[in-house]
Design a protein. Structure first.
Length: 200
């Protein structure tokens, strides 16, 4: 049995007491994701293939970083994982934003593993940090940019004025696995490159 994160600690303990073999991963960074892939491959007898996959993913991220280095400017990016209350992006999302050429507006919150520890109590704090891009990934429901734009005090946020309120599907970014390191980071980079190409 495989699990993810300390959120599954209780169920894992119950399974262990019932005699079920359990391994719980707790990978919350890009390096952790790559390590998890290699570890899992070793556990199931596919070490060579898992190492090749991890190397391929790392090479893809290096290409993302190289493209980002050529950008004329780096946007401030606010990643919203939930809207009520506002929850900013987790660690690997913050890393992928940086790799793709952006600067996370809430880097101090990205280090927190739990969503409750990434709550932004005052929505106007987002406005004060003036993101150029707002990326929404509301797990389980569709991102509604018009609702974000209508928030009190957000009218002058650069992302709102310029219309850079975009959805990143939660299935490709909020799970710490290969999809985040491929489709997820590419979706982020596409928005950043579009923003950077606009005349200022």
């Amino acid at each position: 049995m495989l699990g993810f994160s300390d959120l599954q600690a209780d169920i894992a303990a119950t399974l262990v007491r019932a005699g079920v073999e359990v391994h719980v991963f707790n990978h919350r960074s890009v390096a952790d994701i790559l390590r998890m892939i290699r570890t899992l491959g070793g556990m199931i007898g596919c070490e060579t293939r898992a190492r090749a996959l991890a190397d391929e993913l790392a090479a893809g991220l290096a290409q993302v970083r190289e493209r980002a280095a050529a950008l004329p400017r780096r946007p401030r990016v606010y990643f919203e994982e939930w809207d009520d209350p506002l929850i900013s992006g987790i660690g690997w999302v913050s890393e992928l934003i940086a790799l793709a050429g952006g600067e996370n507006c809430f880097p101090e919150l990205a280090r927190a593993a739990l969503g409750r520890d990434r709550i932004i109590a005052d929505p106007l704090e987002v406005a004060r940090r003036a993101p150029d891009i707002v990326l929404g990934s509301w797990c389980g429901k569709k991102f509604r940019p018009e609702r974000v734009a209508a928030r009190p005090g957000w009218a002058d946020v650069p992302a709102v004025r310029a219309g850079y309120l975009r959805e990143i599907k939660s299935s490709i970014i909020l799970q710490p696995g290969p999809a985040a390191l491929t489709d997820g980071v590419r979706a982020i980079q596409q928005v950043i490159e579009e923003w950077a190409a606009q005349p200022r």
